[in-house]
Design a protein around this ligand. Structure first.
Ligand SMILES: C[S@@+](CC[C@H](N)C(=O)[O-])C[C@H]1O[C@@H](n2cnc3c(N)ncnc32)[C@H](O)[C@@H]1O
Length: 442
């Protein structure tokens, strides 16, 4: 039965959406708290110290205290109202815990050594952190590289604090390039188990999440956790650039896509209302498209124009990089949607569109590269399986697409099938090209 967590509801009702975003304040559904805690505390020794360094309203500590009355419970949170709510929730359940108001990532660490950390640390993208905080954290935490997330800093600190961890995390660290250091840190700590949560587990948040169990008892298992319980699907697959919960990662032979084509972001104008219009209004207006206009094989009709003034765009927003027109005003290029889900969505553009930055543009590196063949490979079932197993995020990243393996020969039939938009013929030709690459036959 769900305990009385009303104090937590009152706490969050006081917070504005911006405050919640900056502090990553999304409470864990009670059924997840209960299932994760039951599993994590089961075989701990006597009187274990159980810590939640981002305790919010104290729900993980509450679940732990109910299951293990001998435990010493410690909670830390940076928000005084969260600490107050945790006091109230734990008192209502007849439990005692040491609750500390502190920044869990401060130096020196305010966290006590613990036997187990149970937590759902805050998920906060670097651009939503105050600049001074981000600069400080990105200098101190080895996993905070590039576009990682605040939760990566928490994982680093938690791994240094306790030998066992049961954490609710977004799934982005499993496949994004910016989390390579975090994957290495978790892997170096030994086996772990990973279970995906349902996509709607967090009400009102569009984030895919996983449960990470690390420390004694973990055995590189993968599976899922639903309200009905845990399901194991097989071993956790750890690839060089991504980990997968869906079985072995399919491998493909070939050279990286970016040895054949260059990848560019579309026009980064920095101000859509100023530069993008539904009608052609200005001599510099160019037909454009957004990710949503990229259909499989072809672009939807022109619905908007972008006034292409790179100097003006740069003067107004010095960080934008609108590129030079030569990237866009070419007879042929591939336009790739910037959000694609588990397979790539791309089209051939022969109308000299100037796509916006919700798209990428792919250009041949040498005149011999046949873009129809490249498009065919990208839209084939083989590449979809390769890409989809590694990259579950909706957002497509150029560094990840650049790694798609492309065979060195067998391009002709792939290009022909792509021009004809004949999927059956395309998949056969693509399979033959990869088989030939693998076995070295010409
Ligand atoms: C995702 S919520 C989790 C709350 C609770 N443990 C749960 O599972 O429902 C993350 C919590 O981290 C707290 N937090 C954010 N930054 C923090 C920091 N630097 N140190 C400690 N707590 C922090 C937030 O106030 C919030 O309560």
């Amino acid at each position: 039965m769900q305990p009385d967590l009303r104090a937590g509801e009152h706490w969050l009702a006081k917070r504005s959406p911006d405050e919640r975003k900056r502090l990553g304040q999304w409470p864990t559904p009670w059924w997840v708290v209960r299932a994760v805690t039951e599993r994590a505390v089961a075989d701990l020794g006597s009187a274990p110290v159980i810590l939640d360094p981002a305790c919010g309203d104290g729900r993980f500590l509450l679940a732990a205290g109910k299951l293990r009355p001998d435990a010493v419970l410690v909670g830390v949170d940076v928000d005084p109202d969260a600490i107050e709510a945790a006091h109230a929730n734990l008192a209502a359940a007849g439990l005692r815990a040491e609750l500390r108001l502190a920044d869990a990532l401060a130096e020196p660490s305010p966290l006590p050594a613990a036997d187990l950390v149970l937590s759902n640390p805050p998920f906060v993208r670097p651009q939503h952190l105050p600049v001074a905080q981000r600069t400080d954290l990105w200098a101190r935490f080895t996993v905070a590289s590039d576009k990682a997330d605040l939760y990566a800093c928490f994982v680093e600190r938690i791994f240094a604090t306790a030998p066992r961890r049961a954490l609710v995390l977004p799934d982005t660290w499993l496949h994004l390039n910016s989390f390579a250091a975090l994957r290495a840190l978790v892997a170096n700590a030994g086996p772990c188990d990973l279970y995906s949560l349902p996509s709607n587990a967090f009400v009102g948040a569009r984030v895919l999440t996983v449960v990470l169990l690390s420390g004694a008892g973990a055995a590189d298992r993968a599976g899922s956790l639903a309200e009905t319980g845990w399901t194991e699907t097989g071993p956790l697959a750890r690839g060089e650039h991504a980990w997968s919960l869906d079985g072995a990662l399919p491998e493909l032979p070939g050279a990286r896509l970016d040895s054949f084509v260059s990848l560019h972001m579309g026009v980064v104008c920095g101000d859509y209302p100023r530069y993008v219009h539904p009608e052609r209004e200005h001599p510099l207006d160019q037909p454009t498209c957004r990710g949503r206009d990229v259909e499989r094989w072809q672009l939807g009709p022109v619905r908007e124009y972008v006034r292409y003034e790179p100097t003006d765009m740069l003067a107004r927003k010095p960080y934008v990089a609108p590129k030079h027109a030569g990237i866009f005003a070419v007879p042929q290029k591939i336009v790739l949607a910037g959000t694609s889900g588990r397979s790539l969505r791309a089209a051939m553009d022969e109308e000299q569109r100037f796509p916006l930055d919700s798209c990428y543009v792919l250009l041949p590196k040498t005149p011999e590269v046949d873009l129809w063949a490249v498009l065919g490979f990208l839209l084939s079932d083989r590449v979809s399986a390769w890409y989809g197993a590694r990259h579950r995020a909706a957002r497509v990243k150029a560094v990840e697409v650049a790694r798609v393996p492309i065979p060195s020969s067998g391009w002709g039939p792939v290009a022909d099938a792509a021009r004809a938009q004949d999927d059956a013929r395309l998949n056969e030709a693509v399979d033959r090209a990869y088989a030939r690459e693998l076995h070295g036959t010409r």
